[in-house]
Design a protein around this ligand. Structure first.
Ligand SMILES: [Zn+2]
Length: 340
């Protein structure tokens, strides 16, 4: 069998590896589908994480599959069970610097616990839809941190898989006034299909002017602010924070979920009169079970998040596609005979 390893900066290879042998507390999952994440691409760009010199970083953390081996001390898990893996709940932090990555045929899940690191896939839900649970959980956590509720006017910056997932959850919660921003027309089209009320391409339109039209205006002393209640940043553009602070209304909220590689300026003088809240959201401390429970109901809305499918043997090519703005979720299918 094979595993996808980062060997250095922009050096990623499909290496041969021996099948895992589970200990008494471990489970082996035959991977059926695993999505490519933006963080996989970032890890490749920086040459891996926690990688020892001459060592490798195995990647892949958005996985669904079938249990094929169960250690003696593991309870509640059976061979043949269909599961997704919650990598945040695995001791080796699968696909993010530990010894295991899910771009492999057979994945070792150490200290496996049902309902925690392994979650059952609801009956009839395809593996590739189940494999969307992880990115959709990131998106749900961002929405949870924004405290958006029906009646709120919300802006989502960035319509990659996470931003699109945020649009999906906001609309699902009855928030009808969602405006999505991106530079890619394809991504904006996807946001619209998920129920965004309007989309803005900042390369073609003035964001403040458009938001004043869409969300109305509000006053802070003598200054005109836009009427948006909550902003969620899934884009990570360097100017974004200062742009929002300058247009934000009184007691509006902003959640940053994008990974910033460099410090960005924050105009606390302009922020003072807004009393706005700026916070961050990372991972999915509690959301994964909620997402997998909702997916049978939202299956048809979630399916279009997958823009491309590749067989495992073409994972390196698939990584290239995942880096293009026209793509959404690029899914690696491990089943025989799956069309490219
Ligand atoms: Zn991910």
């Amino acid at each position: 069998m094979r595993v996808l390893n980062i060997h250095g900066v922009n050096d990623v290879r499909l290496d041969p590896v021996a099948p895992p042998v589970p200990g008494s507390k471990d489970v082996v999952v035959k991977i059926k589908a695993c999505g490519i994440c933006g963080s996989d691409l970032s890890y490749i760009k920086v040459g891996g994480i926690h990688r020892k010199p001459d060592g490798v970083t195995p990647i892949g953390h958005e996985a669904a599959g079938e249990v094929i081996m169960v250690g003696k001390a593991v309870s509640g898990v059976a061979v043949g069970q269909r599961v997704i893996i919650n990598p945040m709940m695995t001791p080796s932090y699968i696909g993010s610097g530990g010894p295991e990555g899910a771009f492999t045929e057979e994945l070792l899940v150490r200290d496996a616990r049902l309902g925690d690191s392994l979650l059952p896939i609801p009956e009839g839900l395809p593996y590739e839809i189940a494999a969307l649970t992880e990115p959709l959980a990131v998106a749900m956590h961002g929405v949870n941190r924004s405290q958006a509720r029906p009646g709120d006017k919300v802006v989502v910056f960035g319509c990659g898989p996470i931003g699109l997932g945020m649009v999906l959850w906001l609309v699902d919660r009855g928030i009808t006034d969602v405006v999505a921003l991106d530079l890619s027309p394809e991504r904006l089209e996807r946001a619209r299909a998920l129920g965004a009320r309007a989309v803005i391409n900042p390369a073609q339109e003035d964001v403040r002017t458009r938001l004043l039209e869409l969300h109305g205006s509000a006053r802070i002393f003598s200054r005109e602010a836009v009427g948006t209640d909550a902003y969620i940043d899934a884009a990570g553009a360097p100017n974004l924070l200062s742009d929002v602070v300058r247009m934000a209304k009184f007691q509006s909220r902003m959640v940053v979920t994008a990974a910033y590689m460099k410090p960005v300026p924050l105009d606390l003088g302009a922020m003072l009169t807004t009393e706005m809240t700026i916070t961050t959201a990372v991972g999915y401390p509690t959301e994964m079970p909620d997402v997998i429970a909702a997916l049978p109901r939202l299956r048809d809305k979630a399916a279009p998040l997958i823009s491309h499918r590749f067989p495992f043997g073409q994972v390196i090519e698939a990584l290239g596609v995942a880096g293009t703005p026209a793509s959404a979720k690029v899914m690696i299918d491990f089943e025989e005979g799956v069309a490219v």
